[in-house]
Write a protein that binds this ligand. Sequence first.
Ligand code: AMP
Length: 282
Amino acid sequence: MIELHTADNIKKWNKLMDELDLRVGFVPTMGALHEGHISLVDYARKHCDVVVSSIFVNPTQFNDAGDFEKYPITMDADRAMLTAAGCDLLFYPGIDEIYPDGREYNLDVDLGYLAECMEATNRPGHFEGVMQVVKRLLEITEPDVLYLGAKDYQQFKVVSRMVETYEMPVSVVACPIIRETEGLAMSSRNRRLSEEERHAGLLLSQSLRDICDHWEEEKPSELIARNVKRLESNPLIRLEYLEIADADTMRPIRRWEDSTSARAFVAAFAGQIRLIDNMRIY
Ligand code: AMP
């Protein structure tokens, strides 16, 4: 695996890949890699000629400074995992390479309802930071396909909207969520969970699973009420939202007949660690 630190060096490789007419798949990450990230590399390798990944802990998408400071960094293990997964090129930039003109947000993307629900309302400024960094990374790496995880489903919708708005020549693909054996969605933040918090965190995927298993017999409001109660009964859990929403518009679903594709979404703190998860209902 080749590791590059500057946009200029990436550009030289882009030129070569362009001349050779190679299809480039790109997997942006914030490092502290796990099997969820590697599954995106696997998808990219299957469908593209060259796999480019990036590791950059983007300060502008953290609405909580403490979360940014404590974000795990495991570069040696990350390099080993990417190499083993067959990643061809790692972009590992410093902050000045990503924000040479400062960090001010100056994009103009109309997110509509995506900016008014779930992660957007609970993490003010988060999606602006995400759009800012993904746009910059796409401009540097110039991929044909961008691989994102459905774990951050709303992020996938936001990035897709940003790509459409700026007519960027890249397809955006969402890959399935990879889970621990007990059901907890893999996340870099999981390694900061204590044993008790990890146990409490299992309630998130269990609640989503309960919704997916019973939607044909029960109304959305009944499923939400039962699982809010289940989550809130654990003293380590601080629930932010549990929502059943249309997978396309992200608007809440009150009656199943109002939506042709539904997803359940949850966000909660397990102790100090914020976890999110979602599942396709139908
Ligand atoms: P992050 O490093 O958390 O910014 O994540 C980088 C990419 O990996 C994003 O597109 C995430 O949605 C994706 N990702 C994170 N966790 C998982 C998971 N458990 N399964 C699938 N994709 C994931």
